[in-house]
Design a protein around this ligand. Structure first.
Ligand SMILES: *Cc1c(COP(=O)(O)O)cnc(C)c1O
Length: 498
């Protein structure tokens, strides 16, 4: 099976799509054909452990990787000590809701699901394509991605990684997680300014041909670990199929029974993976797209008009604070019948005017699958409290957005279909908001809140967050945007002035 850009017609192998990340025409690589998953496959998958499930499903998408290779990568990514034996637990609350916990990896956020296996897919792709250079991953992060990428690439052969974060734009826990990162091939530095400053700085480094030539002379090539890379998307298809198989295995549903899936959405990667699983034939009724106050996707799914011209809000679910959700482009391409001209046209409108509108038939297609809703800040905190009081379930702010939207949806639609709700972060990562939801008291954001949340709820602090305060700070540096290039060069041991 080959891959094509959403904006062009060139056909390439999966490994090259993963190595390139983004197509030279600006489009996103997507498989030209969606493989299928049958009832019998579900039976078979139900008898496998998670790494085997991952190899089984990913191999249907990545034709130029062998099954053995994929199993080796999946075992390295999803076994102990990276993940517990039950890689993705399902927790039942109420009679119809199953919370799919995607946050039991090394950084307690769902991005581990993709970023633990991506380095293996990427280094293997480079070998398959005869790339001799080593890869240096460059990341600008507003929180979760940076740490998950650091953990994924730490000590992976022939790679290095450098992460920039905005000095005043991440929580104390997120910052401490990053600056104490282990590994001999990692670097972290804060940038004065906000996330956009860090992001713009990184983009400048990618576009700096002198600098890239200097790196090439040292056998190094820059690359990114963006969520637009197909190598980050395909591992996410796995857990939807895996969760369905688990529900069949435990007798919660019958094989073939339709379920709903509700996803707290930012860049649209996670819910797109659910859409792909549905296209493969997984029995999914509706995909419910949940947003916070930055509800551009709610409106898009309701009336087919994507309009980013609106105010941007900082919320308690920061990983969903986003106005341009990149992976929507793949949805457009799929619902336009894989039409690169129409897709490229919408993307052109989006960058020129911040806006585009689907045709009637495209709108109809989207609405036959997607539902949408959003949760205010109050809804989010109320939902954390409700789930804790009613079910003893402690949700993080992102998960709470989805639970709130799903509760509203099922009340309004008198729909008693069983629903999987994606839980994307440990509540301990957002302890300040979770504590506020539980007792109504505002607190200074600090590392001590983790202990406080544990004491209040008698729940265990996840191991990766337990001894944060005791860990050695390795990367205390800060630079302004003009010094970013120098930081990367120093970390790679390259003299910029020679
Ligand atoms: C990244 C992230 C999301 C959004 O996922 P997308 O794939 O970008 O839609 C939601 N919750 C958390 C905790 C995240 O880190």
């Amino acid at each position: 099976m080959k891959y094509v850009s959403t904006r062009g017609r060139e056909c390439i192998e999966a490994s090259l799509a993963i190595m390139r990340g983004i197509s030279p025409d600006g489009g996103l690589y997507t498989p030209e054909e969606i493989p299928s998953v049958s009832k019998e496959d579900i039976e078979k998958i139900a008898g496998m452990c998670y790494p085997e499930r991952a190899a089984e499903i990913i191999s249907r998408f990545l034709a130029d990787y062998t099954r053995e290779e994929l199993l080796e990568y999946a075992e390295a990514a999803y076994s102990e000590p990276k993940f517990p034996e039950n890689t993705v637990p399902l927790v039942k609350t109420g009679s119809n809701t199953y919370i799919m916990e995607l946050f039991h990896g090394p950084t307690c956020a769902f991005k581990d699901m993709a970023l633990q296996i991506l380095p293996h897919l990427l280094t293997s792709a480079m070998k398959k394509n005869g790339e001799k250079n080593k890869v240096c991953i460059l990341v600008a992060t507003s929180g979760d991605t940076g740490k998950a990428a650091l953990e994924g690439f730490a000590d992976v052969k022939d790679t290095s990684i450098f992460v920039f974060y905005p000095r005043d734009g991440v929580s104390d826990i997120q910052k401490r997680q990053m600056i104490t990162q282990r590994g001999s091939n990692v670097g972290v530095c804060s940038v004065t300014g906000n996330f956009d400053d860090a992001q713009t700085g990184v983009k400048k480094i990618f576009a700096d041909s002198d600098f890239n030539n200097k790196l090439a002379a040292n056998d190094i090539r820059l690359s990114s670990a963006n969520s637009i890379n197909w190598g980050r998307l395909v591992p996410q298809v796995v857990y939807y199929i895996s969760a369905y198989a688990d529900l069949v295995k435990t007798g919660e549903i019958s094989n073939g029974e339709k379920i709903n899936v509700c996803v707290p959405t930012g860049n649209f990667g996670n819910i797109l993976a659910a859409f792909i699983a549905r296209e493969m034939g997984l029995p999914v009724n509706k995909l419910i797209c949940a947003s916070n106050r930055n509800n551009v996707l709610t409106d898009f799914i309701k009336d087919g008009i994507y309009d980013r011209n609106r105010e941007f809000y900082l919320t308690s679910s920061p990983s969903m604070d986003i106005l341009i959700s990149s992976n929507v482009e793949r949805l457009l391409w799929l619902i336009t019948g894989m039409n690169p001209e129409i897709t490229a046209g919408y993307m052109k409108d989006l960058s020129a005017t911040g806006k585009y509108e689907l045709s009637e038939s495209e709108k109809k297609k989207m609405n036959s699958v997607f539902e949408s809703g959003w949760a205010s800040e109050k809804d989010t905190l109320d939902t954390i409290k409700k789930y804790y009081d009613k079910y003893g379930y402690l949700a993080d702010t992102h998960t709470a957005v989805a639970l709130s939207v799903n509760d509203k949806y099922s009340a309004e639609n008198a729909d008693d279909i069983k629903t999987i709700v994606a839980a994307t972060a440990s509540p301990y990562k957002f302890a300040d908001s979770v504590l506020l939801a539980l007792d109504g008291k505002e607190r200074e954001n600090s590392l001590g809140l983790v202990r406080e949340l544990s004491d209040m709820t008698s729940t265990e602090i996840p191991a990766p967050l337990k001894d944060l305060e005791a860990r050695e700070i390795r990367f205390g540096g800060c630079t302004d945007t003009s010094g970013m290039k120098k930081e990367v060069a120093e970390s790679l041991g390259i003299d910029l002035y020679r």
